[in-house]
Design a protein around this ligand. Structure first.
Ligand code: NI
Length: 159
């Protein structure tokens, strides 16, 4: 396992479309583990492969709620319901936060690391995280949908 470099605001790769994973091989499994380690190191709740410079449709999510981190390959939203207005940030936009509208509930289909199709139903924070990370796979960023005037830069606390 290794911590990978997170691509930041202004890096053109963040605008690119990620490709479907056709074969779940050792490189994909290693990528998933590295993404989880990188997300934990950065204290994030989600990370997409494009954010570590890999244009593949791979996402990890951890809400730190006692459940195992989610490892999702080729995830897609098949259903969504309702709306929530939430405060959001992104590991590629350090210290920036703003209000966005996300679905209140989403149903996502994806492959797990064994290549088995899984269905995940997420509400509230999980719905937000799934929508945010799946957006990354098409080069869509939260700053595109942030409500005008709500984007703030919050200085990190000094150690
Ligand atoms: Ni993000």
């Amino acid at each position: 396992m290794a911590i990978r470099e997170i691509r930041k605001d202004g890096d053109e790769i963040l605008r690119k479309r990620s490709r479907e994973v056709e074969k779940i091989d050792d490189r994909i499994l290693e990528l998933l583990d590295d993404m989880i380690e990188t997300m934990h190191f950065a204290n994030g709740v989600g990370l997409s492969a494009v954010q570590v410079g890999i244009l593949k449709r791979v996402v990890v999510i951890d809400l730190y709620d006692g459940n195992k981190p989610l490892k999702l390959i080729n995830p897609r939203i098949i259903k969504q319901k309702g709306k929530q207005e939430v405060e959001e940030g992104c590991l590629s936009f350090p210290n920036q936060f703003g209000k966005v509208v996300r679905p209140m509930e989403v149903t996502v289909k994806a492959l797990d690391e064994n290549g088995k199709e899984i269905t995940i139903k997420g509400k509230e924070l999980l719905a937000q995280a799934l929508a945010h990370e799946i957006d990354h796979l098409d080069g869509n960023l939260f700053v595109d949908i942030v409500e005008p005037g709500t984007l703030q830069y919050i200085e990190p606390e000094k150690e």
